[in-house]
Design a protein around this ligand. Structure first.
Ligand code: COA
Length: 160
């Protein structure tokens, strides 16, 4: 999208993600490459796209959202219900959040998080999580900027 197109893009609306959004999500995902892509997320996009090909009925509630302007989708947030695990209470986990490169730093990511928060509240869900790799510093700053705090969890690993 060009600068002129962005200036004319009109209001940004956020709504729940539908099965029909799969192609727009795939297209936006394909714009985000290399160092611009968090190291934590690619497999989840593939999982959503595979799932969206499997049926025609509405997707079960997951908390996932899209942000759109008149011309199409400019951001998405994929989430899934998380049962109790890792000593954390049950809630919803953000598995991928992405904004079109030319629409960043304008509060779109924050709107997606706020929509998830409101939607989760309506479902009676009390906690929202996101798991990052240590090196994903931008994503950590984004989550902190949206009101997330570091959880008291440690992950230990050894060779099998
Ligand atoms: C991470 C991402 C979703 C942020 O989207 P965005 O629409 O630009 O974010 P917002 O404008 O809503 O920013 C909200 C807050 O997050 C923080 N933030 C956003 N981008 C940041 C950056 N690059 N560096 C540091 N802090 C940042 C700021 O605190 C900001 O608040 P402020 O503008 O009041 O200072 C976007 O950069 C992106 O799509 N990245 C590529 C995909 C990806 O790797 N996603 C990782 C998560 S799975």
């Amino acid at each position: 999208m060009s600068g002129a197109a962005i200036a004319d893009a009109g209001p940004i609306a956020v709504r729940r993600l539908q099965r029909e959004d799969a192609e727009a999500v795939r297209e936006l995902d394909s714009l985000i490459l290399g160092g611009d892509r968090s190291s934590t997320w690619a497999e989840y996009i593939d999982r959503f796209l595979a799932f969206s090909r499997l049926g025609t009925q509405a997707l079960p509630w997951s908390g996932s959202q899209v942000a759109e302007v008149e011309d199409g989708v400019v951001g998405f947030l994929l989430a899934e219900r998380q049962s109790s695990g890792y000593g954390l209470p049950p809630g919803v986990r953000i598995v991928a959040v992405a904004v079109h490169p030319e629409f960043r730093q304008q509060g779109v990511g924050r709107k997606l998080i706020e929509a998830l928060r409101a939607d989760s509240n309506r479902q009676g869900i009390k906690h929202i999580y996101s798991v990052l790799q240590d090196k994903d510093e931008r994503d950590a700053e984004f989550l902190k900027g949206c009101g997330f705090e570091l959880a008291p969890v440690k992950v230990f690993v050894a060779e099998a």
